[in-house]
Ligand binder design. Sequence first.
Ligand SMILES: Cc1cc2nc3c(=O)[nH]c(=O)nc-3n(C[C@H](O)[C@H](O)[C@H](O)COP(=O)(O)O)c2cc1C
Length: 172
Amino acid sequence: MEDCLNVLLKRRSIRSFKEDPVPDEIIHKILRAAQYAPSSWNRQPWKFIIIKDKQKLKKISSFLPYGKFLSNAPLAIAIISSEKESDLWLIDGSAATENLMLAAECYGLGTCWIAESDNNEIKKILEIPEEYHIITITPLGYPASKPRIPERKNIEDITFSEKFGLKYFKND
Ligand SMILES: Cc1cc2nc3c(=O)[nH]c(=O)nc-3n(C[C@H](O)[C@H](O)[C@H](O)COP(=O)(O)O)c2cc1C
C-alpha cells in the first residue's frame, strides 16, 4: 500500500532527460499497465505509437506550443483513441495515459502530459487514421533532474460532506 501511494505522490512531470535508452521490455511493461486502465464497456479504444526517430520527434515538437522539450527525450509515446470504438474515447484514453505515466514512475522513468497534441500536422507525420484522436504525446526517458513538487490545494478545501460547500475535514 505504502509503495503504491509513494509512486502516485512521487510522479512529477519531467521535461529534461538523460540520453540513456529505455529497454523494450520496460516499454512493454508500461504499455501493459496502460492497457489495464478501465474503459467504458471495456472497449479499449486506444493504440500506442512509439517514436524514437530524432528528426520526427523534432518535427512533432515544433507543433506543440508547450512541448518543445519532447525532442530531448530518447523516445515518445503517442496515446491515441478512436471515436469510432468509443464515444467516451477521451476519458478512456486519459485513463490509459495516467496508468502509463504511473507505471513509468515505477521504473524510474519520466513522462509529461503535453497539451494540444491532437494536431492534424502531427497526425499526418504519424499517419494516424482520421477516426483517432491524439490524447497526448508523452516523452519517456530517465529524468535528468527531478523538479520541485508543484503545490496542491488543501484536501480540507476541496472535500465536502453530503453537499457542496460543507467541509468534510476541518482545517487545523
Ligand atoms: C491535460 C494536461 C495537459 C498538460 N499539458 C502540459 C503541456 O502542454 N506542457 C507541459 O510542460 N506540461 C503539461 N502538463 C503537466 C502539468 O503542468 C503538470 O501535471 C502540473 O503542473 C502538476 O505537476 P506534476 O505533474 O509534476 O505533479 C499537462 C498536464 C495535464 C494533465
